[in-house]
Design a binder for this molecule. Structure first.
Ligand SMILES: Cc1cc2nc3c(=O)[nH]c(=O)nc-3n(C[C@H](O)[C@H](O)[C@H](O)COP(=O)(O)O)c2cc1C
Length: 159
């Protein structure tokens, strides 16, 4: 069980995708299942650019990511980071980041992950991934991601 003192880790998965039931949705579900198997309490929320993100204060860890469409992080997550109170509530938070894309990893690390990271103030990044469509569909990808998240969380100083 993943614990902060005596209680399970609370994680929320914030994501967006233009597809419903697509590769991102399936990946999110697999990540949620793996987190739950590790003993964590997990919720997921699809981003809305005008949403109120004060609820993330209740969570120890935010897993956040989306696909890339036309060189940009999917619009509702991108919009939430620039237009809503999400950025404010992510300040100092423990986060795990992913982007899903068809581009080669070196290019994606240069162009896409920074679209998430530039909106984070004093983050503690537990894990980060650039994922191809093939990797998204491989159950081992979600499992590896969660192993790293949980391991880093256990080592991180707690607020
Ligand atoms: C309309 C469209 C535009 C895309 N644009 C890009 C892009 O600019 N760069 C990239 O690396 N991948 C791009 N992709 C690939 C997607 O990011 C990738 O297939 C992702 O896994 C899709 O996630 P989804 O199944 O949740 O929609 C694009 C895919 C689509 C359908």
């Amino acid at each position: 069980m993943t614990k902060n003192e005596s209680r399970p880790m609370k994680a929320v998965i914030l994501y967006d995708s233009m597809s419903v039931g697509g590769s991102t949705d399936r990946f999110i579900d697999a990540v949620g299942l793996e987190l739950a198997k590790s003993g964590a309490y997990v919720e997921k929320a699809r981003c809305r650019q005008n949403g109120d993100y004060s609820f993330i204060d209740e969570f120890d860890v935010v897993v956040m990511g989306a696909p890339i469409y036309y060189l940009l992080v999917s619009s509702q997550l991108f919009g939430a980071l620039s237009k809503s109170n999400l950025k404010q509530h992510l300040k100092g938070k423990m986060v795990a980041l992913f982007v899903a894309c068809g581009s080669p990893e070196p290019m994606a690390r240069l162009l896409y992950l920074p679209q998430l990271k530039m909106n984070l103030e004093k983050p503690v990044i537990l894990a980060e991934r650039v994922l191809s469509p093939d990797q998204l569909n491989d159950p081992a990808t979600a499992s590896d991601f969660v192993v790293e998240i949980v391991g880093s969380y256990q080592k991180a100083p707690k607020p």
